[in-house]
Design a protein around this ligand. Structure first.
Ligand code: NAI
Length: 694
């Protein structure tokens, strides 16, 4: 037996413990050791029952993700599951901590299951773009019924031990997995309970077999949010096999084939990339070993507008007290009112209890006057996007904030070093750029200034994580990573607009690609008047956008912009008035309409920003390509199944991306579209962004 599996024979009950730190993944050493242990115990006449448990913090976290892209090593999961299924001695899975993915599948192949009340049980494969390939889609519906099974398998989220007991997934709640598991096993022996096997028990399938709509309704509800994704569909099809009476072994084979197909597909590769990218992003370059984040017990947010309110909510959600500060009572009352309204809306949707609403609202104290920020460990400024105002606020905060407090700006574009220079403590200043709506969007770009101290940076990263955000450290430049790339996409979209390409065609291309909204719908959301006012201030014109604004079409806020909106709906609808307005403006300017196909639109809109991503990498504004992916995934809703723009570029092939860009640069006589030096070099060498290191 290998040292990963520990066997402890206590009279006629053997305790088998998996000890494979850090998370007891069922990697090759676990499978090999378990199979070996099961074979030995089968042959050991003194042993009459077996308890399977995990050492340390959990039962089994799931598969060893590092093995996904390697040659499969025997014994396979199927061999191990067969050994559990065929055991002549009762096996009790005793779960604590986490039992996910293949870990729960192993437990499902045991005869009995016990768990601690707070254990988290899930078939979470869908999060990697996969389906449970170890019988989970067949055994879980037999344990809990197909409705809950399809919900769990398509959603991938855990249920607690207590919920699992109610659902029939576990037989008993135990305090201690080993002692409780052993006691349970002894009772099984004493009572002469049968070798119960889920594979033989179709009782919970009967209702859905008699009325298939029971299953289809549950499946429809479960897949509501999985547009464009292959895995949830495959999960439903697999569970349907149990409902439709496909013989168990045949279903296992088909389930595994579906698993392999997903595993080898682009979507799962992209989703696994996302998983690693998010973890990589928390590794910050240039921070001395042993750097500790500063204490974080209290947060202050300056400005109770769109962003300030959402930021305050994010920290209150994490249980931190927040002071939100305004210039006067009026905007403060408005801001606090909106916060309450947002919480009440999530309570109405079932996301929060009434008590939780009160708890969170009470964590957010409103105040007038910056001096109320004096006791905060972290101060986040979210006032108007004007350098002079930001400098004034930071200058005042310098005199008010306690020593060592981290001073962050939520600026979208402004130079964080210049803001820092308005204080006597630039080492404590950085950017924390949240995305709208800030209580929902997970991205937080942490902007590292030239003088930002390592522990201030570490504090901001820790604070963002505490607020359940995905932090990405970026350097100072106009728009940082996300908005800087967005700018390039916007330039292409505007160019095509003035060639008569309808906004709905361009938006359609992006939403078909998987973006949550198109470029023009996004402008409607942000407000067309914002750019219009700023252009007027600077004496610049953009005839189509100006004409829209002058017609009172400010976007969603006036229910019409590039699109029209029905009251209370955010769905963009085509408006013939806009078509006329665009046509008239083009005629007036003497511009010609050009027919542009969807492929060109997609290439122009995505490759242009990828090209900027290459510049961002080369300049060191982002530390790695996967950080840029995280920015787009969590800040702009880039579809997970496409892994992020840089991952997508690698999948398309950098040679193709560079060639197409060069083609458009030549066609337009636009040098800004020429492949960036890094992209050109990687394309020539056959390299990838993922493989590139500074
Ligand atoms: P907003 O106009 O909704 O809110 C700004 C608030 O700051 C107002 O309520 C104003 O009364 C208050 N304020 C102004 N000066 C103040 C002072 N000296 N002391 C206290 N309060 C003061 O603006 P929004 O959209 O929330 O933007 C705030 C910042 O966040 C800007 O820097 C913006 O660029 C940035 N940002 C905005 C995003 C968005 O989508 N709206 C996204 C990401 C960043």
């Amino acid at each position: 037996m290998n040292d990963v599996i520990k066997v402890d024979v206590r009279g006629d009950v053997a305790i088998v413990r998996i000890d494979y730190p850090p998370v007891n993944a069922h990697g090759h050493p676990v499978r090999a050791g378990l199979l070996d242990a099961l074979n030995r115990l089968a042959a050991d006449g003194a042993v009459r029952a077996i308890v399977l448990a995990g050492e340390g913090r959990m039962f089994i976290s799931g598969a060893d993700v590092r093995e996904f892209d390697q040659e499969p090593k025997l014994p396979s999961m199927r061999t191990l599951l067969d050994a559990l299924d065929n055991s002549r001695k009762p096996i009790v899975a005793a779960m604590h901590g986490v039992a996910m993915g293949g870990g729960l599948e192993l437990a499902l192949a045991c005869n009995y299951r016990v768990a601690t009340a707070d254990a988290k049980l899930a078939l979470s494969e869908v999060k990697f773009g996969l389906l449970p390939g170890g019988g989970g889609t067949q055994r879980l519906p037999r344990a809990v019924g197909p409705e809950l099974a399809v919900k769990m398998i398509v959603g991938g989220d855990p249920i607690s031990g207590t919920q699992a007991l109610a659902a029939g997934l576990v037989d008993e709640i135990v305090e201690d997995p080993i002692a409780g598991g052993e006691a349970f096993a002894r009772r099984v022996l004493a009572e002469g309970r049968p070798l119960r096997r889920l594979r033989d028990d179709d009782s919970k399938l009967a209702a859905a077999r008699a009325d298939r709509s029971i299953f289809t309704n549950a499946a429809t509800a479960a897949t509501k949010r999985s547009r464009g994704l292959d895995a949830p569909k495959a999960c439903v099809e697999a569970v349907a096999m149990a409902v439709d009476g496909v013989p168990f072994d045949e279903a296992l084979t088909r389930e595994f084939d579906a698993f392999v197909k997903l595993l080898q597909g682009d979507q799962s590769k992209a989703q696994r990339h996302v998983f690693f990218a998010e973890r990589e992003a928390t590794k910050i370059a240039g921070i001395p070993e042993g750097t500790r984040p500063r204490a974080l017990n209290k947060v202050a947010v300056i400005g109770a507008g769109t962003m300030g309110g959402g930021i305050a909510m994010s920290f209150a959600n994490a249980g931190l007290p927040v002071t939100i500060i305004e210039l006067s009572e009026e905007p403060l009352t408005r801001g606090l009112g909106l916060i309450r309204k947002n919480y009440e809306a999530s309570a109405a949707r079932g996301g929060l209890t009434a008590a939780e609403v009160e708890e969170r609202v009470n964590l957010i104290q409103g105040a007038v006057g910056l001096d109320k920020a004096g006791d905060a460990d972290l101060i986040i400024e979210a006032v108007f996007e004007t350098m002079a105002i930001k400098k004034e606020v930071f200058g005042k905060l310098d005199a008010i904030a306690k020593p060592g407090a981290v001073l962050a700006s939520n600026t979208s574009y402004l130079n964080v070093d210049e803001i820092a220079a308005s204080t006597s403590r630039p080492q404590d200043v950085l950017g924390m750029h949240f995305f709208s709506p800030a209580n929902v969007m997970r991205l937080c770009e942490i902007v590292r200034g030239a003088k930002t101290a390592p522990d201030a940076l570490a504090t901001a990263v820790a604070a963002a994580r505490k607020a359940a955000k995905a932090p990405v450290v970026v350097g100072v430049c106009f728009g940082f990573v996300g908005n800087r790339m967005l700018e390039l996409r916007g330039k292409q979209a505007a160019k095509l607009l003035y060639q008569g390409v309808p906004p709905q065609q361009m938006d359609g291309v992006l939403t078909k690609f998987g973006m949550p909204m198109g470029h023009f719908a996004m402008m409607d959301l942000a407000g067309i008047d914002v750019g219009w006012r700023s252009r007027k201030d600077h004496g610049i014109s953009a005839p189509i956008e100006d004409a829209l604004a002058e017609a009172g079409r400010f976007g969603q806020k006036t229910n019409k912009g590039f699109f029209k909106y029905e009251a209370g709906s955010r769905a963009p609808l085509i408006d013939p008035e806009v078509e006329t307005l665009i046509q008239e403006t083009m005629t007036r300017l003497g511009l010609e309409t050009r027919k542009v196909d969807d492929q060109e639109i997609l290439e122009r809109l995505t490759y242009s920003m990828i090209n900027e991503g290459a510049r961002i990498l080369e300049e060191g504004i982002a530390a790695r390509a996967s950080d840029i992916d995280v920015v787009w995934l969590y800040g702009y809703g880039w579809p997970v199944f496409r892994g992020g723009p840089m991952f997508y570029a690698d999948q398309v092939g950098l040679k193709t991306v560079a060639e197409r860009l060069a083609h458009y640069a030549a066609a337009d006589g636009d040098d800004s579209l020429k492949p960036a030096p890094l992209l050109a070099r990687l394309a020539k060498e056959g390299g990838t962004f993922a493989g590139w290191r500074a």
